[in-house]
Design a binder for this molecule. Sequence first.
Ligand SMILES: N[C@@H](CCC(=O)N[C@@H](CS)C(=O)NCC(=O)O)C(=O)O
Length: 260
Amino acid sequence: MFKLYNHAYSTCSQKVRLVLAEKQIEWDDVQISFKDNEHYAPWYLKLNPNGVVPTLQHDDTVVVDSSVIMEYLDEVVPEPAMSPKAAADRARMRAWLRYFEEVATPAVRFPSFNQTFLRHFQALEKEAFEDAVASRPLRRRFIEKMGQQGFTDKDLMVAYENIELTTGRMEKALAQQDWLVNGPRPSLADCCVAPLLDRMEDLGHAYLWDDKPALKAWLARFRLRESWGKTFYRGARLSELDLYQDLRERSRKLEDLVVC
Ligand SMILES: N[C@@H](CCC(=O)N[C@@H](CS)C(=O)NCC(=O)O)C(=O)O
């Protein structure tokens, strides 16, 4: 019934995997290979014209964009609810989502690319690099700006500043309550930002919230949940890139079922 085209270490995919696991939804895992540019294959672009993961297929409905997918799942599988009931509280949760998308999500891309993905672009001849830029339906200019040298120190400083602004806001909320939206379990807002902070930690930047005890307790609390283990399986972090190949072997059977 539910099929998620996703990638083990994509933070946007991890957001959705957390929600699927919290709601105990059964789903088919279709791993898309970035290495083989599967996300630009014509069959995939028909599902997701942005050429990015994740994409959710629910029977005949295709849903794109990780935050939209999270909200969709919360509507079609209402229990356990991961959004508050009252309109004002829902608006507050959506404000967190939009803030994370505007501030934290783009910020995390800078160290992610400089520390990990850049080396693949550096290995390309100039023409192949230009093709790689041109083939991207989304964020073409971002890759162009990175070039084969990487982002500048100034770019990285702005990115770290944006992470500090995000964690500062979160710390204030989490000093009052266990989750960003008061309730017994993580909300969509918690699921939206947690993979971003996990990525920052994986890249060695957890020092950015050394002075934020409530946020550290929140992360530790999240990591104890079953949903966390299901989402961040072996091979789901950039520091485990080699493991990703094994994962592809395991998921190949599922991929064969994809109708192209
Ligand atoms: N707004 C989109 C962004 C998705 C996105 O950027 N996905 C990344 C992985 S987290 C991706 O597929 N990148 C592949 C590429 O840019 O080549 C969403 O939230 O779903």
